[in-house]
Design a protein around this ligand. Structure first.
Ligand code: ZN
Length: 331
């Protein structure tokens, strides 16, 4: 079955969004190198000192490590450097959110027009401008400032660094190598910042899209569509094709890549291949990658594909469709 125009357009938009995301993540990682660079010599010095202490018969655990004066100074510096990074990241992610919100509006407009064209419907509809989405910029999905979540960057970096120090010393690896591992451990802070950037920018994109659908006065609901590749999870794939009428809500897990195809009043819903048929047509490697080994085995033992998706509800972050935990699958 050839994919309808609206689906083709939306897939192309999504691919462009994800490519853009890669370049934004690279920028965040490049900037993070400054944090590592500033701390490099001190990581090395602490690794040396801790390795020497171990050589003298001391066990280096977290409590001991924290009492080393050099470690205390380093942790202070980690706080200062990650603090500078967070200042930068807060602005960077806010700008990125604004960009994606704007793209969300544009892409939603394109999707509505593609459906109209498909059925040869003429007419115009209200298009929101950027000011309509300004209120979500700089905020996380629960309405609190992005900075509140970026606060984890410091503790993640500090914990990751200390853990690498303790493990490295315990394993007796060379201090230079320990210092490298400590720098990698700091990177947990970067991962947290990237996670916030990805999640909150995609949320801005989805919310803006739904706002534009709603503002059009033509859209009465949306049909979920998933990315359909080996990285798509069971939660996303098996809600693909379902129609929802509430334009104020799109249940999605962190870093989900699903999109909302508009359903227009008086027009048939856009049709595409059933996700179950699609899944069954994939090779076993793809099937196992999508389900995960435990669920794949359960499916082979008779559990239904329909049972592989579960809706969970978080009081702060709202609903999400996720793969059903293996232990909850009956055979
Ligand atoms: Zn998913």
């Amino acid at each position: 079955m050839p994919e309808p125009m609206v689906v083709k357009i939306m897939r192309a938009h999504k691919n462009a969004i994800l490519a853009q995301e890669d370049s934004k993540m690279e920028e965040m990682a490049r900037r993070w190198l400054q944090v590592e660079k500033k701390l490099k010599d001190d990581l090395q010095a602490l690794a040396l000192e801790a390795a020497r202490m171990k050589g003298d018969g001391q066990v280096i655990n977290k409590a001991v490590a924290m009492r080393i004066e050099r470690a205390q100074k380093l942790l202070y510096q980690v706080r200062a450097e990650t603090g500078r990074y967070v200042e930068w990241a807060d602005g960077f992610i806010s700008d990125y959110q604004a960009l994606l919100a704007e793209q969300g509006l544009e892409h939603a407009t394109d999707a509505i027009m593609a459906v109209m064209k498909e059925y040869d419907v003429r007419g115009t509809f209200d298009k929101l401008n950027v000011s309509a989405v300004e209120s979500m910029i700089g905020l996380a999905g629960d309405g609190s400032p992005l900075k509140r979540y970026l606060g984890d960057v410091h503790s993640g970096a500090a914990d990751g660094m200390l853990e690498a120090l303790i493990n490295g010393v315990a394993q007796g690896i060379h201090p230079t190598k320990i210092a490298e591992e400590m720098a990698n451990g700091l990177g947990i802070g970067l991962q947290q910042a990237m996670n916030t950037a990805r999640t909150e920018s995609l949320r801005a994109y989805r919310n803006a899209s739904l706002m534009q659908y709603d503002a059009s006065g033509l859209v009465i609901g949306y049909k979920r569509i998933s990315a359909r590749d080996e990285r798509t999870c069971a939660g996303c794939l098996f809600t693909d094709g379902q129609v929802f009428e509430d334009l104020s809500q799109f249940d999605e897990h962190n870093q989900g890549r699903c999109a909302a195809v508009p359903v227009l009043e008086g027009l048939p819903e856009t049709q595409w291949q059933d996700p179950f048929d699609w899944f069954k047509a994939q090779d076993e490697t793809t099937q196992e990658s999508i389900l995960g080994t435990g669920r794949f085995d359960a499916w082979k033992n008779g559990a239904s594909l329909e049972s592989m998706v579960k809706r969970v509800m978080d009081p702060t972050w709202g609903g999400a469709y996720v793969p059903t935990p293996v232990q909850e699958l009956g055979n």
